[in-house]
Every structure is written in structure tokens, then in C-alpha cells.
Design a protein around this ligand. Structure first.
Ligand SMILES: [Fe+2]
Length: 285
């Protein structure tokens, strides 16, 4: 090839690369860092649960997960979330952990922000790995219960609705805590429907085999946080969140929903994985 020809090819490649960087790369970075982390998407889904009592058909629950609150940066998102919950009016609000990233002082600030939340059947929270790494159990319980939520760490509570008992439990974080399913399922009576808050999704396979489980709610994966659309590639794979990345899964009579969550870890970026409020309507079969 002549040197003249080589120069022309090189020029073309350089021009195309520059077009790629300026035309796709830079707008994508602006979107991922400046726009998407502040957007709120609402996922509404009906789930038919085989053992769900007829009296509770139409029960609506909200799932919030992985807020990873950054004071001063996430306040707009939290405001959108509170407004959306006010409009959705779920029967129950659940939070499946990872309130903080690292700084435990962000927990009381977040709890103050969430103080206005209310739902007829209450607000129930369980811990995530970041919470257990950076906050003590006593701090988590004090701050979360201090604003009127129920905090479950290897514990359960029973809701009494329309003559039915609904067993809701929260398992300690698999990665950051000391999960004890025996304790979390203590007090469960046969035929009571079970909703389990379990931050990391992957234990679903084991939990549903060994315990009555109608619905497991999880987060942890952030839906990949940054994905490559169409091919669905996600660069970050997180421990205990490799099998079930996002969405609805079913094994026998048990179901799992994994939410994308609201916040971020690492750089405050999201791409093709918008912050999410999940609203599930539970149906009897
Ligand atoms: Fe998280």
C-alpha cells in the first residue's frame, strides 16, 4: 500500500473515532452521570401467587431498595419518590436494604427524609450489606424505628388484614451480616402467606426449598447499574447477585422480585438501569 493511501485510511479512522467519541461517548457520559441517576421510573406489576388468600387479592406493596443515600445529591430523587408513593397509595411499603454507601451519618439524614412515608399496613425494612458493613445493628434499629418503620433483621412480624395473617420477615444481609433463616421464620404458622425481605437475591434457590415462601423481595444488583442496551451486558457482577439480576422469577410456588433500586455505588452513574420504585399487586390464583 502506498504511503499516500495509508495516510488517507488513517485520517478516515481518526475522523470516525472522533465522531464516535463526540457523537455517542460524551452524550452517554453526560446522560449516565448527570441525568439518569436523577430520574425515577415506576414499575407496576401484577403477581399471581398460588398460595395467596382470596381475601388479600389486590394487595398492593411498594418496594424501595438500595437507596445508598448521598446527602445533597439524592434529594431531588427522594422528593420524586415520596411524591410517587403519595400518588400510588400502596397498602404496604417495604425497604430491602442498602440505605447507606459508607458514611453511617447519612442514615439519620435519610430517615428524616423518609419520615413522611405512610401506608395502611406500615413500612417494613431489612438491612443490606452496606448497612451491615458501616452501621451497627443498634444504630440501624434506632434510626429506622425512630421514624415509625419496622426493622427486621432475622425477625418477622405478622400483619392482620381482612381476617388473614400475613407473615413478613426480614433476613439479615447474606454478605454483610449473619443470616439466620430459622430465626427469620420463627413463629410462622402453616398456611400463612410469607413475604420475605432478603437484600441479596441469590439465596432464593435455597430459601424456597427449605422454607414456606410466597414472595421474596430483593435488590442488591442495581439491575447492573450501567448496562449496554440491546445486548443487555452489565459490566459489574456482584457477589450473591449473579443468578437473579433484575425482575420476576418463579420456582415452584415461590416467586422472587429483584428491583433495580434507587441509588448508586462507586461513581454516581446509571445507564440503561433507571432508579426504580416497584409497585406489586398480589393476586390470588
Ligand atoms: Fe446496593
Amino acid at each position: 500500500m502506498s504511503s499516500q493511501r495509508k495516510k488517507i485510511d488513517l485520517k478516515r479512522i481518526t475522523r470516525r473515532s472522533a465522531l464516535g467519541v463526540f457523537g455517542i461517548g460524551i452524550p452517554s457520559c453526560i446522560w449516565a452521570a448527570g441525568i439518569e441517576p436523577n430520574l425515577l421510573s415506576i414499575t407496576r406489576k401484577d403477581l399471581t401467587l398460588p398460595r395467596w388468600p382470596k381475601a388479600l387479592d389486590g394487595f398492593r406493596l411498594a418496594q424501595l431498595t438500595d437507596i445508598h443515600y448521598r446527602p445533597g445529591k439524592d434529594d431531588d430523587l427522594i422528593e420524586k419518590l415520596l411524591r410517587a408513593l403519595d400518588e400510588e397509595k400502596p397498602d404496604l411499603i417495604t425497604l430491602t436494604g442498602d440505605f447507606v454507601i459508607e458514611d453511617p451519618s447519612s442514615l439519620p439524614e435519610l430517615c428524616r427524609e423518609l419520615k413522611g412515608l405512610s401506608a395502611p399496613q406500615g413500612i417494613i425494612a431489612s438491612p443490606g450489606n452496606h448497612d451491615r458493613w458501616h452501621c451497627s445493628t443498634s444504630q440501624l434499629r434506632r434510626e429506622i424505628e425512630g421514624v415509625g418503620m419496622t426493622y427486621l433483621q432475622n425477625q418477622a412480624t405478622k400483619l392482620h388484614i381482612k381476617g388473614e395473617n400475613l407473615f413478613v420477615n426480614g433476613l439479615d444481609s447474606i454478605w454483610g451480616g449473619h443470616p439466620n433463616p430459622t430465626k427469620a421464620w420463627k413463629g410462622h404458622l402453616k398456611n400463612e402467606p410469607v413475604i420475605a425481605l432478603v437484600h441479596e437475591p441469590d439465596p432464593f434457590d435455597e430459601l424456597h426449598k427449605n422454607h414456606p415462601l410466597d414472595l421474596q423481595l430483593s435488590g442488591h444488583t442495581h439491575g447492573g447499574q450501567c448496562r449496554v442496551p440491546l445486548v443487555n451486558y452489565r459490566p459489574v457482577k456482584v457477589k450473591f447477585g449473579r443468578k437473579f439480576i433484575y425482575g420476576h422469577f418463579q420456582k415452584n410456588d415461590s416467586q422472587l422480585f429483584v428491583g433495580r433500586g434507587l441509588g448508586t455505588v462507586g461513581p454516581r452513574v446509571r445507564f440503561a438501569s433507571m432508579p426504580e420504585l416497584v409497585i406489586l399487586t398480589l393476586r390470588a390464583s
